[in-house]
Ligand binder design. Sequence first.
Ligand code: PLP
Length: 368
Amino acid sequence: MQVEPQTFDRVLSSMCTEPHPDARTAAERFLATNPGDPGTYPTVTELEEEAVSMLGEIAGLDSPAGYVASGGTEANIQAVRIARDRFESRTSNRVGDHTPNRNERSTPNVVMPESGHFSFQKAANVLGVELRIVPTDDDHRADLEAVRHSVDDRTALVVGVAGTTEYGRVDPIPELGEIARSVDALFHVDAAWGGFVLPFTDYEWNFSHAPVDTMAIDPHKMGQAAVPAGGLLAREETLLDELAIDTPYLESTSQATLTGTRSGAGVASAVAAMEALWPGGYQRQYARSQHNADWLADALVARGFEVVEPTLPLVAADVPVSTFDSLRREGWRISRTATGEMRIVCMPHVTRSMLEAFVADLDRLQCR
Ligand code: PLP
C-alpha cells in the first residue's frame, strides 16, 4: 500500500513539527534499536545519556537524571508516580493498596492549575491520586492564592506549566515551587512544549530559577526531533529510584521507564536535533516563531477579533464557530480551546506565507 504521509502546509494546531534533517537521518539509522535494553544496545544507551545531559543544559540543571520518554504524557505520568511513591514512603502509607479498608484520608493529592495538560488526568486515574484542579487568573496563569488554599499535608506534588497547551502561558514557577516546599511536596514543571523556546525569554521557568524536582521537556515538540522523543528530567538520580523496577531477563538490572521496548529513533533524533540547533538554531527559530505569532495576532485584531496576547508563539482568538468550521473545510488544521477560542501554534514549520494564506482565506470566508 502506498499512502503519502500528511504534509505540514496547512497544519496550524499541532505541537509537533517537521523534524530537523539531521534528526530525520538519525531516527532512521537507529530505528531498530531499543534503549529499553541497554545491555544489548549500548550505543543508543550512550546517546540517551548525551540527550539527558543536553536537556539538562537547556533546563539549567548541572547533573541531570532522566530519560527520553515517549512524550510529555509519559513524563507527566512518571512525575506523578515519583511523587506518589515518595509520599508513600514518607508517610509509610501503601497507596497502591486498594483494599476496602484503605483509609480514604490517606490518598495523596496533586495540585495543578486548570491549564494543566489532560495527561495529568490519566496519571491520576492510573495512579490512584486525587487531582485538585485550581483556577487560573485573568491572564490564564496559575492563581497562587488558589494553589495555597488547595495544598495540605497530603499534597504529594504541585504542578506548574511553563508554556500551556491552550494559551502558551508560563505559570509563576518560583512561587509555585515555594508553595510545594511549604508542604514538603515535590514540584514538577511541565515544559513539554515551552522548554525549547523559554531559554530565550526572560521567564523564570527552570531548575536554576526555582526548587524544581522534575520536568517534562519534549524534543519532539519545539525541539524538532522525530516522534517519539519526550524528556523527563529529575533534579537527582534518587528521584528516579522511585521508578526503578527489576528486570530479571535483561542484561541490565533495572528500568525506570514506563514503556519497556521503546524506539531508539526518538533518542538518536533528539541528540541530532539538539546538536544541530542548541543554542543558536533554537534561538533563531524562537525569534521567527514569535514574530509570526505577533504578526498573526495583529492581523486578527485588525479584523476585529478578540485575541489573547501571544506571550509565547501561540495565538488564541475568538473566531465565530461558523468561520472556524469553514476554515477547517478549506483544509486548515486548526483547533479550539476548552472555552472555544481558535488556537494556532506557530511551530517551526509554520511560515509567514502560510499565515498570509490563512488570513486571506479567513477574509474570503468572513465576507460570504
Ligand atoms: N504537556 C503539555 C504542556 C503539552 O502541550 C502536551 C501536548 O501537547 C503534553 C504535555 C503531552 O505531550 P505528548 O502529546 O507528547 O504526550
